[in-house]
Design a protein around this ligand. Structure first.
Ligand code: ATP
Ligand code: MG
Length: 655
C-alpha cells in the first residue's frame, strides 16, 4: 500500500464486481447507453446555463425569466426575473385539457396507514384538497414569506400541507415526527414560524405518537407561533386551546376549492429544512422555487427512468430532504404515482415492506441502507414468501451502502433483474448529484458511479489541489447547479464559512470520495470521520464494508481512537445477525478484515453491541462512537440521536 501524501486518503477496498444495465431495461430507458449519457453530460458541462435554460421550458412560467444564472459566489440566482409556482407545476400542469398525457384521473398518491387503512388521491382530487387547504392557511392570516412548521405523520395531509404552503408562497419547515418538543421549539424559533400544522397523533407499531402533546410543550417556548392546525388521525385525547388551536377538518369544511396558484419569483423561498445532524448541530438549509423544482423533476426522470405506469415508492419520511424531493416535489412535477406508507417497516411483522410492494405492485423502490441492513438482520424468510415481480428498479440513499448489503438487495429484492441506483446527495444539494442512470451506466456495488448531467465534481486535497487519480480526498462541486442551497437560514456567514471557504470557488460537500480509473466515484465517509493510522489516512466506509462482508455481521461502524504509537487505533462497533458474539468471533473478524483489506486496517478494538447510535433518519453517528472509544464524555449535540439508551448501553460496557 502506498504511503499517504498530505491531504489525500489511502484506499484499501477492492471491489471488482460490475453489473451492466439489463438489455431490456436499457432498450426502453430514457437514457439507454453510456454514449447517450456522456453526450448529455458533456453538453451540460460545456454550457451549464444553456443546458438548464433549455430544460426550464418544462416548467410553467407565469412570467419568463430573463437570465438563467446570476452567480455572485457563493450566492446563486437561477432563472432571474421569472415567475412560477411549484404547486402549479406539481398539480395544475397535469390537469390542463391540453396536458400530454392527461393525468387528471391518474392516482397521484396511493397511501396505506399503519393500521391498514388506505386512500387514493388522483391529481384532480389532490389539487382540490391543496387549494382548499391553501385557503385555510390564508384564512388564518398566512401570507407569502411567512414560515409554517409542519410536524405530522406520513399521511396524505402532509404533502397537502406542503403543497398548500407552496401555492401561496408560505415557506414550510417540515420537522420529522420523531423529534422532541425541544427540537420543535428550536426550529420554530430559528425560523420564526407563525403557524404549526400537526396531528393529534400518528401510528407507530400500533402505539400513538403524541404529536399534539409535543407541539403543546414546544409552543410554550415558541413565541413567534400564533396558531396551530390539528389533523385528527388517531383519535386520542388532546388539549385544544381556544383561539390558538383549530381542527383541520373543521377549517376544511368551509374552505373554497378555488385558489389559483400565486405567481412567485423564481428565487422565492420554498422551504427551510434542518439537516439530520450526523456531524453536529442541524442547520436550516434554504431552498427556493424554480431551480429546485427543475432539478428535482429532471433528476427524478433521469435516475428513476420514470414511466407513465410506474408506482414509485420512496420510503423516506417527508421530514427529510429525500421526502421533500422524491416523495413530493420531484415525482409529482414529473406526473408520477407515488406510494406512501405511514408506519414502521416491521409492523405488524418484519415483512411489511415486502407485503406492501406485492399488494400495490410497486415498480420503483427507493430506500436507505439502514433499512436494508435491518431487513438482512431480520432474516430472509420474511422476504422469500412475497411476490416482488412488479419491481423493476431499486435505489438507495442517505449513507454509503456496503457492497454485501448491495448484493443482498440485488439478489433478494431485485432478483438479479433490477438495476440499483446508489444515489449520493445532501439536504444542501436539493436533489441527486451522483447516481447510475439505470439504463446507461453499469453499476459497481458500493459506488454511486457518475455525476448527473449539469453536475461537475472534483476531488481535491486540503489545499484545494486535485489529488492523484484513484486516491481519496475532499469531494467538491465545481459549478453552481439549480437545486443548490441558497444559504443557511439567517446565517450567511456560516454558509460562506462552512461550504465555500475551504476550497476556492468550489462547494465543499463535507464528504471524502475517490474516483477510479473508469471515472466512478466512491464515497468514503465524512471528512470529520477520517482515521489516521500510522500516517495512513483511512476512510470509515471501507473498514465497515470489510466487516459487513463477514456472514455474521449485520452492521459495523469504524472510528479512530487516540493511540500513542500509531496516532490512532482502529476501533469498531459491530452488531451481529444472530447468536451471541464471543471472543472467537472477535479474533475471526480481525483476521477477516486483515485478509479483505490488509493489516493496516485491522481493528484494534472490536466491541459487540445490539444497536448503533443513529440519527432519527437512520444514519450512524460516528462522532458519538469516537467519544466512547476514547473513553470521553460526549460533549457534542445529541438532540438528533434516535435512541439515547443505545449510548447508555455502550457506556455501561465500558465499566
Ligand atoms: P449534518 O450535515 O447535520 O451532519 P447529514 O449530513 O446526515 O447531517 P443529510 O443532508 O441528510 O444530513 O445527509 C447527507 C450526507 O449523507 C452526505 O453528505 C453523505 O455523508 C451521506 N450520504 C448520502 N447519500 C449517500 C450515498 N449514496 N453514499 C454515501 N454517503 C451518502
Ligand atoms: Mg451534512
Amino acid at each position: 500500500m502506498p504511503t499517504s501524501r498530505s491531504g489525500s486518503l489511502d484506499t484499501v477496498m477492492q471491489e471488482a464486481r460490475r453489473f451492466p444495465p439489463p438489455d431490456d431495461f436499457a432498450r426502453r430507458a430514457r437514457i439507454g447507453s453510456l454514449e447517450a449519457y456522456e453526450q448529455l453530460w458533456n453538453r451540460a458541462a460545456q454550457d451549464v446555463e444553456g443546458f438548464w435554460g433549455e430544460l426550464a421550458k418544462e416548467l410553467h412560467w407565469f412570467k419568463p425569466f430573463s437570465k438563467v444564472l446570476e452567480w455572485n459566489e457563493p450566492f446563486a440566482q437561477w432563472f432571474v426575473g421569472g415567475q412560477t409556482n411549484v404547486s402549479y407545476n406539481c398539480l395544475d400542469r397535469h390537469l390542463a385539457p391540453s396536458a400530454d398525457p392527461p393525468r387528471a384521473d391518474k392516482p397521484a398518491i396511493v397511501w396505506e396507514g399503519e393500521p391498514g387503512d388506505t386512500r387514493v388521491l388522483t391529481y384532480r382530487q389532490l389539487h382540490r384538497e391543496v387549494c382548499q387547504f391553501a385557503n385555510v392557511l390564508r384564512s388564518l392570516g398566512i401570507r407569502a414569506g411567512d414560515v409554517v412548521s409542519i410536524y405530522m405523520p406520513m399521511t396524505p395531509e402532509l404533502p397537502i400541507a406542503m403543497l398548500a404552503c407552496a401555492r401561496i408562497g408560505a415557506i414550510h419547515s417540515v420537522i420529522f415526527g420523531g423529534f422532541s418538543s425541544e427540537a420543535i421549539a428550536d426550529r420554530n424559533n430559528d425560523a420564526r414560524a407563525r403557524l404549526v400544522i400537526t396531528a393529534d397523533g400518528g401510528w407507530r407499531r400500533s402505539g400513538k405518537l403524541p404529536l399534539k402533546a409535543n407541539v403543546d410543550a414546544a409552543l410554550e417556548k415558541s413565541p413567534t407561533v400564533e396558531k396551530c392546525i390539528v389533523l385528527r388521525r388517531v383519535g386520542n385525547d388532546i388539549a385544544m386551546r381556544p383561539g390558538r388551536d383549530f381542527w383541520w377538518h373543521e377549517l376544511m369544511a368551509n374552505a373554497s376549492p378555488d385558489c389559483p396558484a400565486e405567481p412567485l419569483d423564481s428565487e422565492h423561498p420554498l422551504f427551510i429544512l434542518y439537516t439530520s445532524g450526523s456531524t453536529g448541530k442541524p442547520k436550516g438549509i434554504k431552498h427556493t422555487s424554480a431551480g429546485y423544482n427543475l432539478f428535482v423533476k429532471k433528476t427524478t426522470e433521469w435516475v428513476f427512468d420514470l414511466r407513465e405506469e410506474d408506482i414509485f415508492w420512496c420510503t423516506a419520511d417527508c421530514g427529510w430532504v429525500t421526502g421533500h424531493s422524491y416523495v413530493v416535489y420531484g415525482p409529482l412535477t414529473a406526473g408520477a404515482t407515488v406510494f406512501m406508507y405511514e408506519g414502521a417497516p416491521n409492523w405488524p411483522q418484519e415483512d411489511r415492506l415486502w407485503q406492501l410492494i406485492e399488494k400495490y405492485r410497486v415498480s420503483i423502490f427507493y430506500t436507505a441502507p439502514t433499512a436494508i441492513r435491518a431487513a438482512i438482520k431480520w432474516g430472509d424468510r420474511w422476504i422469500d414468501s412475497h411476490d416482488l415481480s412488479s419491481l423493476r428498479l431499486l435505489g438507495t440513499v442517505g449513507e454509503g451502502i456496503n457492497p454485501e448489503a448491495w448484493m443482498w438487495y440485488h439478489r433478494k429484492v431485485g432478483h438479479e433483474r433490477c438495476p440499483i441506483v446508489d444515489t449520493w446527495w445532501q439536504t444542501e444539494t436539493g436533489g441527486i448529484m451522483m447516481s447510475p442512470l439505470p439504463g446507461a451506466i453499469a453499476t459497481k456495488p458500493g459506488s454511486c458511479t457518475k455525476p448527473l448531467p449539469g453536475v461537475v465534481p472534483a476531488i481535491v486535497d486540503e489545499h484545494g489541489h486535485p489529488v492523484e487519480a484513484g486516491r481519496g480526498g475532499w469531494l467538491v462541486i465545481t459549478r453552481p447547479w439549480p437545486g443548490m442551497l441558497r444559504g443557511i437560514w439567517g446565517d450567511d456567514a456560516r454558509y460562506q464559512e462552512q461550504y465555500w471557504s475551504k476550497s476556492r470557488h468550489n462547494y465543499l460537500a463535507g464528504d471524502n470520495a475517490r474516483c477510479d480509473a473508469d471515472g466512478y466515484y466512491w464515497i468514503m465517509g465524512r471528512i470529520d470521520d477520517v482515521l489516521n493510522v500510522s500516517g495512513h489516512r483511512l476512510s470509515t466506509i471501507e473498514i465497515e464494508s470489510a466487516l459487513v462482508s463477514h456472514p455474521r455481521v449485520a452492521e459495523a461502524a469504524a472510528v479512530g481512537r487516540p493511540d500513542e504509537v500509531k496516532g490512532e487505533a482502529v476501533a469498531v462497533f459491530v452488531t451481529v445477525k444472530n447468536g451471541e458474539p464471543d471472543d472467537a468471533l472477535r479474533q475471526e473478524l480481525k483476521r477477516h478484515v486483515r485478509k479483505e483489506i490488509g493489516a493496516l486496517a485491522q481493528p484494534d478494538d472490536i466491541r459487540f453491541t445490539s444497536a448503533l447510535p443513529k440519527t432519527r433518519s437512520g444514519k450512524i453517528m460516528r462522532r458519538l462512537l469516537r467519544d466512547i472509544a476514547a473513553g470521553k464524555e460526549t460533549v457534542g449535540d445529541t438532540t438528533t440521536l434516535e435512541d439515547y439508551s443505545v449510548l447508555a448501553k455502550l457506556r455501561e460496557q465500558e465499566e
